[in-house]
Structure formats: structure tokens, C-alpha cells
Design a protein around this ligand. Structure first.
Ligand SMILES: [Zn+2]
Length: 283
């Protein structure tokens, strides 16, 4: 059952969740739900095989000792893939961002500790997270956006930096890349990226109201930015979705509690199965 749960949480649940667009209206709760599903999948995948072997051994199956080798190897493989993927993704992201920051610091004009302006006509805005974080704009952005719209963009980028959205995305990227390719759900990663943008949009909306932010999103739609940065805008269809969400009211009051309960239930499922299995073996 733990093995089946691992497959369901890895391959089925993310696709079903990505279709629930109502989650987007409560992005913070939704992100927690996504994290719960991912963690529960990892716990299930790592614990299933050793538990089965343990049960066989207690049942007196003589060959259980032999089954222990592949079972532990499987769990080791899952853990190893996670750690290796974490190492690769983390190293690559940090090296690319460091390199980019050095360039931006050399070429850009410093507005304050954080903000750098590049002499380029194309409007774009993005941030480089990390200890020495930067918000990068171009002269084209300053020309294209009047004061309030620029405020909205800066509030959006600073929300990413403050809340360390880069770490949230890194967590999901690592899990995504360590899952076997047949079980990977790219729509999950896309949805999580969108939720992070919606969170930053909400921070900007609180500061300037929806109209300046919406205008800025239109002005920056389709702007290019480095792959390892968090940008104010991604592709045009995501921008359209975010514009629609900007105009919507806050989520209905029941939504966040329902999503939190879902997250707790999903996390409890593998733990309950583990407890049941160990309890029945002890009896
Ligand atoms: Zn953003």
C-alpha cells in the first residue's frame, strides 16, 4: 500500500491538483498542499520496501534475508537520486546566479544596495536571489513604466526575494528531476511556478492596487530574462492567467482551511500506514 501510495502521490495526485484552478486563489495554502504531497511521496517511496522485508522476516520467510538486499538498495537508490539531484540543481543555480550577479554589478548602474539598471532598451525586470541579492531592471523598463507601475514591479521582485521563493522552486525542481521520467509530472512544476508568481503579485497588489501591476505585466509580457532568475513575467499565457487572478476577489473563506486539511491528511496517510504495519507486526 505504501508503494501504491508513492506512485499515486508522484504520478496521479500532481496532475489532478494542477487541474484544480481554485487553488490559485489561495496560493500560500496551495503551495503547502504541494509540499505535503511531495514529502508524503518521498516518505512512502523510501519506507515501502524495507517495511515489506521486515514483515516477511517476522513471518518466518527464510528468503526474507535475501529480499532485504534489493529492498534496501531500492530505498538507497531513491534517497541517492534525491541527494544527487539536490546537489546538481543547487550547484548549477548558485554558480549561474553568482556569475550573473558579477556581470550585472560590473555593467549595471547601482540605484541602491539591491537594484541595478542595465543600459538596454528592452523592458525587463527580474531578481537574482541569494545572500547578495539583486533586482535587475533595464533603461527600457524605466522608460516604459511610470512611477506607480515601477513600484508594483519592484514590490513583486522584492516579495520573491524576501520570501525566498527561489528555495521553494528549488525544492520542487529537485523532487521533479529525481522522480523516474515516466512518473514526472511537468504540469506540477508549472503550477508551482505560477503559484509563486501569484504570491508575488499579491504582495505588489497590496502596495499599489491591481491596475498599476496589471499595466506593468502587459508592458513586460514576453520580456526575456536569464533562466535561473525569477522574473516579473514569464510566458504570455501565464501572464494572462495572472492578470485574471489579479482582478478576482480574495479566495472564499473556506478554501484555505480545506487545503490545509488536505495537506495534513496527505502527510498523515503514509505515517498512518507505517504505524499500522509496525503495530500489526508487533502484535
Ligand atoms: Zn515573479
Amino acid at each position: 500500500m505504501l508503494a501504491a501510495l508513492a506512485v499515486v502521490l508522484t504520478a496521479v495526485a500532481p496532475r489532478a491538483m494542477a487541474r484544480q484552478e481554485v487553488f490559485r486563489r489561495s496560493p500560500r495554502a496551495a503551495l503547502l498542499g504541494w509540499q505535503a504531497v511531495s514529502l508524503a511521496a518521498v516518505v512512502s517511496a523510501v519506507s515501502a520496501a524495507p517495511l515489506a522485508v521486515h514483515a516477511l522476516a517476522l513471518g518466518g520467510a527464510g528468503w526474507a534475508a535475501w529480499a532485504a538486499v534489493p529492498a534496501l538498495a531500492f530505498s538507497g537508490l531513491v534517497l541517492g537520486r534525491l541527494l544527487w539531484s539536490g546537489h546538481l540543481v543547487g550547484t548549477r543555480l548558485r554558480a549561474a546566479r553568482r556569475e550573473h550577479r558579477v556581470l550585472v554589478d560590473a555593467l549595471g548602474e547601482a540605484v541602491d544596495d539591491e537594484v541595478r539598471v542595465l543600459a538596454h532598451p528592452t523592458p525587463t525586470a527580474y531578481c537574482l536571489p541569494g545572500l547578495r541579492r539583486r533586482v535587475v531592471l533595464t533603461e527600457g523598463t524605466l522608460r516604459a513604466l511610470p512611477g506607480e507601475e515601477l513600484d508594483a514591479v519592484l514590490a513583486h521582485e522584492r516579495a520573491h526575494l524576501r520570501a525566498r521563493h527561489d528555495l521553494v522552486l528549488e525544492f520542487f525542481t529537485v523532487l521533479h528531476q529525481s522522480a523516474p521520467s515516466r512518473l514526472q509530472a511537468p504540469e506540477a512544476l508549472r503550477e508551482v511556478r505560477l503559484l509563486v508568481e501569484v504570491l508575488a503579485d499579491r504582495a505588489a497588489r497590496r502596495r499599489t492596487g491591481p491596475v498599476p501591476l496589471a499595466r506593468a505585466l502587459v508592458a513586460l509580457a514576453g520580456a526575456s530574462h536569464p533562466e535561473t532568475a525569477l522574473a516579473a513575467t514569464a510566458d504570455v499565457s501565464a501572464t494572462r492567467t495572472r492578470m485574471a487572478l489579479l482582478a478576482e476577489d480574495d479566495a472564499p473563506g473556506w478554501l484555505a482551511p480545506v487545503v490545509y486539511a488536505f495537506a495534513a491528511g496527505v502527510l498523515a496517510a503514509p505515517l498512518a500506514l507505517l504505524g499500522l504495519a509496525l503495530g500489526s507486526m508487533g502484535a
